[in-house]
Unconditional design. Sequence first.
Length: 319
Amino acid sequence: MQTTPSKVLVIGDICLDKFIEGSVERISPEAPVPIFRYLKEKKYLGCSANVALSLSKLDISVDLISIISDDKDGNNILTMLENEKINIKYMLKTEHNNLIFTSLKTRIVSNSHHICRIDKEPDRFNLERITEKHLPDKITKALKENNYQYIVVSDYAKGVITSSIFDLITNLSEAPIITDPKPISRLKYSSSTILKPNLDEIKIILNNYFKINLISLDDIFKYSMKYMSLEKIKNIIITAGSKGSFLIAENKVSHYEAQEVEVFDVSGAGDSFLAALIISLCYGNTISKAIEIANVAAAKTLTFSGTTALNKEFIEKLI
């Protein structure tokens, strides 16, 4: 087992997660809606930054490439990243305006129950234009200046990961590429070493690609293998909640049981699985062992409130 973790590059969409906690005790006399009594709020790094945070917590050197706006939320993110020793040298900061601003997800929580989520997001297509104009230089520079053990592509379909950006990464990278996809992007994610969709995402990816309507797991596995062959993808890991996870590799399917826990909050569970998977691989574990560790780590985050980064002591015991 490797004892000195190498460097990882995380590329993807970024946001600030805000949780506003309080209580609901009565209905408004003005309309049939609950009156929410504010108690406190917390802010967390979200999307690709949450993955980077978990890696950094385990003493892995992390470079993060993403786009933020020169606004309060964007500057908060940069400060939080620096405080967590995540390298922001290759981050792109854009001017703030009515169309371009930093993504903010605000969750309203009462007695551990989510009441609603408010998404403040920039125009995706305007962001894509900025991405394709300015981000290639950042990515090229990062890949030339560093020897990464893994490249992580965290696609949330907000405008950072476009087809040309993904092609640039695969063309320039000599390191294995681990991709967390978002079907709405309609990318093929060709040449990924590991593609990590959840069950709903892989259905959409395959249905869009083959113009079919898959329902059964057997059909999903069958068409996943075809998809892998056509797009030169080495491994697909499907996370399926309480059903566990499935590894498709070398025309075989392996199943890994889920951990049974009392679910408190599902926010960021997918990011925690991805981060734990990467950490395990960085420390020299096989992909099979890494999935087992990631299942346990993701289940652990379900028992906490908020977008929770991985706990170092807990993961080190698993590794």
